[in-house]
Write a protein that binds this ligand. Structure first.
Ligand code: AHM
Ligand code: MG
Length: 332
């Protein structure tokens, strides 16, 4: 244990997953394998992200492929990497990805799990060297293993998640996940190629003094939202908005704060996606003692009706989310 480094040098993600496997009543190791597959893909994506600015400098890494094809966009690359890892792992029967209009049926009817993911979120930040993230949710299929997948395997409410997590490609790269027994965070050690447990048992502050919202939307959002933001300002809270959901969420989770993406005149259902953005982070938030709503209802209770469905999102410190809902009620 080296506390100067802020983490126990001995505990790798792999070792941690193994030690936790017995927590599952169905401890066959399949869920653990999926987490390992995701971690592996995230290392590859991390490498691509670190090279992002160099990839167009011809020959810098000998990166142009043999056909001399142009580099693919990073979000497309990330999608391919995660899908490939989950396909090869063999535990997953279907993937929902922000990058694909339809469900990806892996034709692997023996796979027990469904994964929903946004392989690279914060797309507007990719080209300008600002933090981006991967978000994922894991569900157990509800139809019998061995049969073709059905819509009900995919359209499960967030409360049915068996695991969820995110990877933050920030000043360092982190993987944070939950299997419903608390939240743990791991920091990537580049030279060793390993994630190490750096944030055991993450707990969110009950209250906070950071608010994160795109204030450019002021004229498009409800009075309730604007009144709440006004109250934040009167108390001299700090405004922090990166425009990368994972990064904004992560900061507020650790420091105490609220992230809001409300419904707007142009986007009446908000911007963020229920299945692979809101649900995953809501599960993590609740496991860390924070909370997440759509302005009224608990995110995890929403029954999805379409694959890429959007939802308003109020997520972060419990007291702040509660208070923001009170402001919304007042002007209803
Ligand atoms: P994306 O999936 O196209 O990247 O959009 C999601 C992102 C979030 O990461 C971020 O919180 C939000 O969109 C920012 O939206 P805006 O630019 O409207 O503030
Ligand atoms: Mg996204």
């Amino acid at each position: 244990n080296n506390s100067a480094l802020g983490y126990s040098v001995g505990v790798t993600l792999d070792r941690f997953i193994k030690s936790k496997q017995d927590d599952f009543p169905f401890a066959s190791g399949e869920l653990s394998q999926i987490l390992r597959d995701i971690a592996l893909a995230s290392k590859i994506v991390n490498r691509e992200i670190n090279r992002a600015g160099l990839s167009n400098i011809s020959g810098a890494f000998g990166n142009t492929n043999v056909q001399g094809e142009e580099q693919q966009k990073l979000d497309v690359v990330a999608n391919i990497r995660f899908c490939r890892a989950l396909t090869k792992g063999g535990e997953v029967c279907a993937i929902v990805s922000e990058e694909d209009d339809e469900v990806i049926d892996l034709q692997n009817s023996s796979g027990k799990y469904v994964v929903a993911m946004d392989p690279l979120d914060g797309s507007s930040n990719i080209d300008v060297n600002i933090s981006i993230g991967t978000i994922f949710s894991i569900y157990r299929r509800v139809t019998p293993v061995g049969s073709p997948i059905q819509p009900e395997d995919i359209m499960q409410p967030g409360s049915k998640q068996v695991a969820a997590g995110y990877v933050l490609y920030g000043s360092s790269t982190m993987l944070v996940y939950t299997t419903g027994k608390g939240v743990n965070g791991f920091t990537y050690e580049q030279s060793l190629g390993e994630f190490f447990l750096s944030h055991p048992n993450v707990t969110a502050p009950e209250n906070g003094s950071i608010y994160s919202i795109n204030e450019g939307l002021k004229s498009q959002v409800s009075d309730g939202v604007n009144n709440y933001i006004e109250a934040c300002k009167e108390r001299n809270y700090s405004a922090r908005y990166i425009g990368s959901l994972v990064a904004d969420f992560h900061r507020n989770l650790l420091k105490g704060g609220i992230y809001i993406y409300p419904s707007t005149a142009k986007a009446p259902h908000g911007k963020l996606r229920l299945l692979y953005e809101a649900n995953s982070l809501a599960f993590i938030a609740e496991q860390a003692g924070a909370s997440a709503t759509d302005g009224k209802n608990r995110i995890l209770d929403i029954k999805p009706t379409s694959l890429h469905q959007r939802t308003p999102l109020y997520i972060g410190s419990k007291a702040m989310v509660e208070e923001s809902q009170e402001f919304l009620k007042e002007t209803e």
